[in-house]
Design a protein around this ligand. Structure first.
Ligand code: 13P
Length: 253
């Protein structure tokens, strides 16, 4: 059966003490068959190396929350793709709605970053999704096409191979109101069909994740759907017990 990916996005949370607590508990309680699915931990950049030391020999992968458009030079405060690669990062989140909204990242910036990530062999986790008002106006599919078609036009039709798309409806992020799994299944099917039209080979290596108020209580209903290839988890991934429950659910599916 195709592997699913369980991805922890810690956002601007955690510290040295909480990371040590997380991995002490993780080590004691993690299932042995961690490689049955793909587990990725995405801490704040300042803790990447620390987290790498805990996970590198355990079939868990390291991810980054963002990266700069430049590879090196006079760009005070930025972190480059080469630096991420250098400390063991394999995945990078690009186009998260929090960066689109709070840092004005548009489709052009996101496309340039995807190009760079691919050049350095990082797997991009590309976030897309509609806001509350767009959902109310039934514009979800239109928004998704707009976001995906820009990337297609910029990078060519093979761009979604070996890539993760995270469908994260903005209204579901951090609100405790996750989307209905049946609704998410339909949207994921729509995303896959849309990409399939341009690249029939993408489906072998493309994964489509769901993110938005996922927790140990609702995870299973998403994981049971055929086109939901995994979960991108914010808040609940900070709690090691909750995160392990979700991994176990995915492993015993
Ligand atoms: P929450 O799980 O906290 O809603 O966050 C989802 C998210 O934005 C993951 O990238």
């Amino acid at each position: 059966m195709k592997k699913k990916a369980i991805i922890a996005n810690w956002k601007l949370n955690s510290n040295i003490k909480s990371i040590s607590h997380f991995f002490t508990n993780f080590k004691l309680n993690a299932p042995v068959n961690l490689n049955k699915n793909i587990i990725v931990i995405i801490p704040p950049a300042v803790y990447l190396e620390r987290v790498y030391k805990y996970i590198h020999d355990k079939n868990i992968f390291l991810g980054a929350q963002n990266m700069d458009l430049n590879v090196e030079g006079s760009f005070t405060g930025d972190i480059s793709v080469a630096m991420l690669k250098n400390v063991g990062v394999k995945y990078v989140i690009l186009g998260h709605s929090e960066r689109r909204l709070l840092h004005n990242e548009n489709d052009l910036v996101i496309s340039k970053k995807i190009c760079l990530a691919k050049k350095f062999n990082l797997i991009p986790i590309i976030c897309i999704g509609e806001n509350k008002e767009e959902k109310a106006r039934n514009k979800t599919q239109e928004i998704i096409i707009k976001q995906l078609s820009y990337i297609f036009e910029y990078l060519g039709k093979k761009v979604f191979r070996n890539t993760i798309i995270a469908y994260e409806p903005i209204w579901a992020i951090g609100t405790g109101m996750s989307a209905d799994p049946n609704y998410v299944q339909l949207i994921h099917e729509f995303i896959k069909n849309y990409i399939q039209k341009y690249d029939s080979l993408a489906s072998h290596t493309l994964m489509v994740q769901y993110g938005g108020s996922v927790n140990a209580l609702n995870a299973k209903s998403f994981l049971n759907k055929p086109d939901i290839d995994g979960l991108l988890i914010g808040n609940a991934s900070l709690d090691v017990k909750e995160f392990l429950k979700i991994i176990n659910m995915c492993n015993t599916k």
